[in-house]
Ligand binder design. Structure first.
Ligand code: ZN
Length: 444
């Protein structure tokens, strides 16, 4: 298959009027100049969404109110989130995930890292222990998004504290049962899916179990690390060190790792984390929504660190909003502009290319850039959209990320297959109708 475009952001920068050859498996085999007809617009690599809890999409907009006598925080939000987690059936999870993945694809996100902890039925494991994992794979398959499935190991309710009753759908009492679930989940693998592991956090996984999971698994390792100051304080109290500090000292942290919400870190931790090759998993809209705090991204990039973004709780699902808020957070704390500009000098392009490359690495997906040998995960932006019209390639991503929502996304390909055409996913209406039925019932 050959796709011809007027403007393409390749790993070697913008190129004009090029033909991209894609093989049967969906990989790019050649990128060459062409005299033939070219589709207009700006083509950029698809953005991986590296951190997702799919079921939480159904909660968006339902936690933005106060209750008398309650000081709202991450922890009160979590109580509301647990109520939804307890109510979700396998059918519900599949319907919510499918809706979410359509929204991601329409936003220009071509891969998702599903940090999946809703494993069991309310009264214990399902007959097939990977029942809920199967539903995540099914939603990915139905929509065409590339999936990196990250089953979560969750053992304790806090440092040295047993799991609580409302966490019963997440918990594994022993590592063997968890590794068996990871193994069983492999039967759902497809050419565009991968499996890794996700020890939930240092508060939910004791050190010996963490070491075993890292040693006895393959693929990416994702962990929630320092989202909340309470988490940092508890870690110091029980382990004698800050969470990132402890992990770097007690595990062989490498580019296999994605440290999600490394929000509360010292300058020394930032430097060591960058040197380790671990990807910083940043979730700007969720971290803002939950009042988590701001990761020192400018310092981390200055130290040579790599990052990707995720929409996490999915309070919104927008590629441009995640990247815009990431930059704006840095501007607000430093009182300077253009904090995350790369070599191109254009913040939008630097954010997009870095998050695409870092996200693909964190998900072990062979994408993240438009280059020979990489998978053809592509996003075409409409050059005639009012927010992009008159822009050349050098400012197209600045115009999108800082000036617009996801409206300019016109077409999206995953592994060379077009999943979004004219801004719409082919299954949008059917999937939205099923999602509507589910949320009306869950919140009746
Ligand atoms: Zn998370």
């Amino acid at each position: 298959m050959r796709l011809c475009f007027e403007h393409v952001l390749t790993d070697a920068g913008w190129r004009e009027r090029v033909a991209i050859d894609v093989d049967e498996a969906g990989f790019v085999t050649a990128i060459a100049p062409t005299e033939g007809a070219c589709a207009p617009g700006f083509v950029v690599p698809g953005l991986p969404n590296l951190h997702s809890h799919a079921f939480q999409r159904a909660l968006a907009g339902r936690t933005e109110h106060v209750a008398p006598g309650r000081e709202d925080s991450f922890w009160t939000w979590r109580t509301q989130m647990y109520a939804l987690a307890l109510a979700c059936t396998p059918d519900d999870l599949e319907a919510i995930a499918a809706q979410l993945y359509v929204e991601m694809l329409e936003a220009g996100m071509t891969a998702v890292g599903e940090f999946h902890y809703l494993h069991h039925a309310p009264d214990g494991p399902y007959d097939a222990r990977d029942e809920m994992s199967a539903r995540i794979f099914a939603a990915a398959e139905a929509t065409g998004i590339a999936l990196t499935h990250l089953p979560v190991l969750y053992m304790t309710g806090g440092f040295d504290a047993p799991a609580e009753a409302h966490q019963r759908r997440f918990v594994h009492a022993d590592v063997d049962a968890f590794l068996a679930l990871v193994d069983d989940s492999k039967r759902h693998l497809t050419p565009t899916s991968r499996i890794g592991v996700a020890p939930h956090s240092l508060r939910a996984v004791p050190g010996d179990a963490l070491a075993r999971v890292i040693a006895d698994s393959e693929g990416p390792v994702h962990i929630h690390i320092a989202e909340q100051t309470k988490e940092v304080d508890d870690c110091i109290e029980h382990l004698g060190h800050r969470p990132v500090e402890w992990l770097l000292a007690n595990a062989e942290v490498s580019s296999r790792f994605c440290l999600v919400h490394a929000t509360h870190v010292t300058d020394g931790e930032v430097k060591q984390m960058a040197e380790s090759g671990a990807i910083a998993g940043l979730c700007p809209t969720t971290e803002a929504n939950l009042g988590d705090g701001l990761f020192p991204a400018a310092r981390f990039l200055g130290d040579g660190g790599a990052f990707g973004v995720g929409s996490d709780s999915h309070v919104t699902v927008s590629a441009s909003e995640e990247l815009r808020l990431l930059e704006y957070g840095q501007r607000l704390i430093t009182q300077h502009r253009n904090r995350l500009a790369g070599a191109s000098g254009h913040v939008g392009e630097a954010l997009w290319t870095r998050a695409a490359a870092g996200g693909a690495k964190a998900l072990a997906q062979p994408a993240g850039a438009i280059a020979v040998g990489r998978r053809a995960d592509l996003v075409r932006l409409d050059a005639n959209h009012p927010r992009l019209v008159g822009h050349g390639p050098e400012t197209a991503l600045d115009a999108w990320i800082f000036g617009s929502t996801d409206a300019p996304v016109q077409d999206v390909w995953v592994a060379g297959r077009r999943r979004v055409e004219g801004g719409r996913h082919a299954q949008r209406d059917v999937i939205a109708a099923r999602f509507g039925d589910v949320v009306r019932r869950l919140f009746a």
